[in-house]
Design a protein around this ligand. Structure first.
Ligand code: GTP
Ligand code: SPV
Ligand code: MN
Length: 585
């Protein structure tokens, strides 16, 4: 246990509210993991997979109405509504504590409360943050064990009086009518009730490392971003670090573990992180990024030996599979796994399934939880306490039309505007309609813990302090032809875009200047060995003035909701783009 008085007092108070039968402090040992796994297997919360093929792996199914983040039930609870801003749901903290406190009252009767001390970041790093999650779910404990650094190592960091984020979770009744994900940035507190799904309940992840951390970053002068981090090793052996913000289920994990195509020899991609980056200004005037997580909570569907072999290898042992199909040989399967569907199986709902049913065997947001250390291409710097220096930032999303394969912004301010105005088609990672274009600034719309206009201000202010800012790019792997087919092969071939980024950083690649930024000339991209038609390439690099003029409307509407809080620089950039488009044909 701990001598941290405030922690002990808070655990007591929360236990008095939730009234568990028992309280168990998590120490993080293997014996403890085995004990908890056994227990969850005996109640059916977990299912043991084929241990020859998937050693150390288990399967879990969430409730049918609980398979993705629920953004409409996620609230930022600040004293004033303006502090949450127009893109967040807001609830008054007093009202939130009272309303959801009534739900927590007695919710753990007959259950055990697990106390999970955890670290986001590396022990001993000046940038790490501490948390304690209280939960009545063994699934949460075992996931947190992979995704964060838990137990004694965290208690050691906590000492007697270090700050920590107070994270309270209960499955409650798993009733969507009684589900709330509440962030209290001013109290460094998170309350999550009524869910058992990943992003809603692994409170170190989106709730702490993005919503709460973005607020900490604002007050402490750093940034918490929904970004992958990779090291790109060029044929001469030099490694350049790139961060990328794409919305949920838009390709971060895939890019972070990219395997170069044979036709581009000498390159290598090293994974530093696949979802979250905490970024600070270094003494050298550059941005330095750390991955605060210790594992990957990756999208299963579409992940195959062909699309992301490194993810398949990472998740082949000591991993948790959620809402995938269970096969007759007690292994897992999902759509797009690159192997034939079994004749029959048990689907993500727990029902008998055959391919003839025409229904998905795995949920579209089925996930694997796997230790980052098992990734075959994990960077040797992924646990460096100071992080890695960032030379380029990529923004990107799913756009069937409009956005070219890649373009480079003119400078930091313009790049911040590109991030602030980005949009993407919605995915199964959150409940609600899929495939609808929505504005998702910096891929942070669901994760910014305060007023997004001030978040834009923060980006601009950080840029002013950088003597050596990274270049900012926008990418789109998802442009489609008239038949709705992707024009770009994606996955490993995305290295061709990264190669252009690298050469732009070294002034070694051509570009043509367009109103939206620098777009590669066809010749400046290395397309060696890629089977793609000239027409497709032209389409991928096309910038249609009319389409962009139409797009300006949506951007303006999005900006309008922020009123006077919107930084003038954003309107300046918007006007400048309009002017450039007006002169262009
Ligand atoms: P979160 O974990 O939700 O934040 O998602 P993510 O951004 O890490 O996305 P991920 O890499 O898991 O990819 C999501 C889906 O997009 C998967 O089904 C991938 O197979 C697919 N995908 C990833 N990269 C590409 C690409 O380059 N082209 C195409 N067509 N699909 C891709
Ligand atoms: C995302 O939705 O961006 C994820 C998965 O990375 S979750 O942890 O559920 O947020
Ligand atoms: Mn994510």
């Amino acid at each position: 246990m701990t001598r941290h008085k405030e922690a002990l007092k808070w655990v007591d108070e929360m236990a008095a509210m939730c009234k568990p039968d028992e309280i168990v402090w998590i120490e993080g040992s293997d014996a403890e993991k085995d004990r908890l796994t056994e227990q969850a297997l005996s109640t059916g919360e977990l299912h043991l997979l084929n241990q020859e093929k998937y050693p150390g792996c288990v399967l879990h199914r969430t409730a049918e109405n609980d398979v993705a983040r629920t953004e409409h039930l996620t609230f930022i609870c600040t004293r004033t509504e303006a502090d949450a801003g127009p893109t967040n749901n807001w609830m008054d903290p007093k009202e939130a504590y009272a309303k959801v406190g009534a739900m927590f009252d007695g919710c753990m009767r007959g259950r055990t409360m697990y106390v999970i001390p955890f670290i986001m970041g590396v022990p001993g790093s000046p940038f790490r943050k501490l948390g304690i999650e209280l939960t009545d779910s063994i699934y949460v404990v075992l996931n947190m064990r992979i995704m964060t650094r838990i137990g004694q190592v965290a208690l050691d960091e906590l000492g007697e009086n270090e700050d920590f984020t107070k994270c309270l979770h209960s499955k409650g009744e798993l009733d969507i009518e009684r589900r709330f994900i509440l962030q209290f940035p001013e109290d460094n507190t998170i309350w999550s009730y009524g869910s058992g799904y990943g992003g809603n309940v692994l409170l170190g992840k989106k709730c702490l490392s993005l919503r709460i951390a973005s607020y900490m970053g604002l007050t402490e002068g750093w940034m918490a971003e929904h970004m992958l981090i990779l090291g790109l090793e060029s044929p001469d052996g030099e490694v350049t670090y790139i961060a990328g913000a794409f919305p949920s289920a838009c390709g971060k994990t895939n890019l972070a573990m990219l395997i170069p195509p044979d036709s581009l020899p000498g390159y290598k991609v090293w994974t530093v992180g696949d979802d979250i980056a905490w970024i600070r200004i270094g003494d050298d005037g550059r941005l330095w990024a750390v991955n605060p997580e210790a594992g990957f909570f990756g999208v299963a569907p579409g992940t195959s030996a062909k699309s992301n072999h490194n993810a398949m290898l990472t998740a082949s042992s000591n991993s948790i599979f959620t809402n995938v199909l269970l096969t007759p040989d007690n292994t897992v399967w999902w759509e797009g796994m690159g192997i034939d569907a079994p004749d029959q199986g048990v689907d993500w709902r727990g029902k008998p399934w055959t391919p003839k049913d025409g229904e998905n065997g795995a949920n579209a947001n089925a996930r694997f939880t796997a230790p980052a250390s098992q990734c075959p291409v994990i960077s040797s710097h992924w646990e460096d306490p100071q992080g890695v220096p960032i030379s380029a930032i990529l923004f990107g999303g799913r756009r069937a039309k409009l956005a070219p394969l890649i373009y480079e912004s003119f400078d930091w301010q313009h790049g911040s505007y590109v991030g602030a105005t980005m949009a993407s088609e919605t995915t199964a990672a959150a409940t609600g309609a899929v495939g609808v274009v929505r504005r998702d600034p910096m891929a942070m719309r669901p994760f910014c813990g305060y007023n997004m206009a001030r978040y834009f201000r923060h980006w601009l202010d950080i840029g002013k302090k950088l003597t050596n800012p990274p270049k900012i790019f926008h990418v789109n792997w998802f442009r489609q032809d008239e038949n709705g087919e992707f024009l770009w092969p994606g996955y490993g071939e995305n290295l061709r875009a990264l190669d252009w980024v690298l050469r732009r950083c070294n002034d070694k690649a051509d570009a043509r200047e367009t109103p939206i930024g620098y777009v590669p000339t066809k010749e400046s991209l290395n397309l060696e060995g890629l089977d793609i038609s000239d027409e497709a390439m032209d389409k991928l690099l096309e910038v249609r003035g009319d389409d962009w003029i139409e797009e300006l409307d949506g951007m303006q509407k999005f900006f309008d909701q922020f009123g006077y809080e919107l930084p003038a620089e954003m309107l300046e950039e918007q006007q400048a783009l309009k002017t450039r488009l007006g002169r262009w044909d």
